[in-house]
Write a protein that binds this ligand. Structure first.
Ligand code: SF4
Length: 289
């Protein structure tokens, strides 16, 4: 397997075979993200991808889950993705789930029929970074898409029969826009109706553009208690029946998990307890991305 640079994957893909079909991220401008800043984006050649899959087949007798990396693998031409999914079906008949990251752009560039074909060929789920439902925050963070495009992309994924996992980032509005970030993220998630919704908490890695904004005072980070209050507000505005909600990433101050809407009150109660000081918050040194 020829991995280029650091390879990122969602926490739920810890036991998946990871094959890079792209290198880096086609967007790569987000002010808070350091993941692919050292990589020049490219789509790998089909020969390189086939070689990796064949090598994996020789190495592992049983592969049940496959994650197509890097960022935004769905940006690959539909013919390439079809070839990859057919290869997986033929060479890994035991595989029961194929997933990848997808940006709103890569989803909106594909026709619904094309997405349906990818679903029929085995693409089970895509992971999409909403980050925030606030257009102000999305623009400030240079996400490259607004909330309407996020909702439209989600609708397309649902219509194609592919499952959707969406991530938002606590603290991304900073002290200035925290309320708008909370309310709009809750509302946009409600419209996106993901099967899974996850929350990370903002962490600043060295060299990201947002670091300069913080140093200059233009962006103020929130403290852990403010983050919890923001999460509470977000949950109050979420109406996502059946959505599996997780805020148990290594970057989060407390771990929350439940199924919406039925566990909403329980989750809010957990947050209230943490805000009142009767629950343990993760120490800053233990947080990681
Ligand atoms: S947040 Fe996602 S879309 Fe933005 S640069 Fe990072 S990987 Fe790319």
């Amino acid at each position: 397997m020829k991995y280029e640079g650091i390879v990122y994957r969602p926490p739920s893909e810890a036991y998946s075979l990871i094959v890079q079909v792209t290198i880096g991220c086609s967007q790569n401008h987000c002010a808070f993200c350091s993941m692919y800043k050292t990589k020049q984006f490219r789509i790998r050649s089909t020969d390189e991808i086939i070689d990796d899959f064949m090598e994996a087949r020789e190495m592992y007798p049983k592969i049940e889950k496959i994650f197509l990396a890097d960022g935004d693998a769905l940006i690959c031409p539909v013919q390439d993705l079809e070839m990859i999914l057919k290869l997986i079906r033929k060479k890994f008949p035991e595989c029961r789930q194929v997933t990848c990251y997808a940006s709103p752009k890569s989803i909106l560039l594909k026709k619904t029929d094309e997405l349906k074909r990818l679903c029929q060929l085995g693409l089970s789920m895509v992971y999409m970074g909403l980050e925030s439902g606030s257009d102000k925050v999305l623009e400030y963070m240079k996400k490259g898409a607004d909330s309407k495009e996020m909702i439209k992309a989600a609708e397309k994924i649902h219509n194609a029969g592919i499952r959707l996992s969406v991530t938002a980032i606590s603290g991304l509005g900073g002290k200035k826009w925290w309320k708008e970030h909370a309310v709009e993220t809750g509302k946009v998630l409600s419209e996106m109706k993901p099967e899974y919704a996850g929350l990370l908490t903002l962490m600043i890695e060295e060299g990201v553009p947002l670091e300069q904004e913080i140093k200059s005072g233009r962006f103020q980070l929130m403290n852990p208690y403010e983050i919890l209050i923001e999460t509470r507000e977000m949950l109050e505005h979420m109406d996502c029946p059946g959505c599996i909600f997780r805020s148990n990433h290594a970057s989060n101050y407390i771990s929350l998990r439940g199924t919406l809407n039925k566990d909403k009150e329980k989750l809010i109660k957990q947050l209230d307890q943490a805000v009142s000081g009767s629950a343990h918050l993760k120490s800053e040194w233990m947080r990681m991305l």
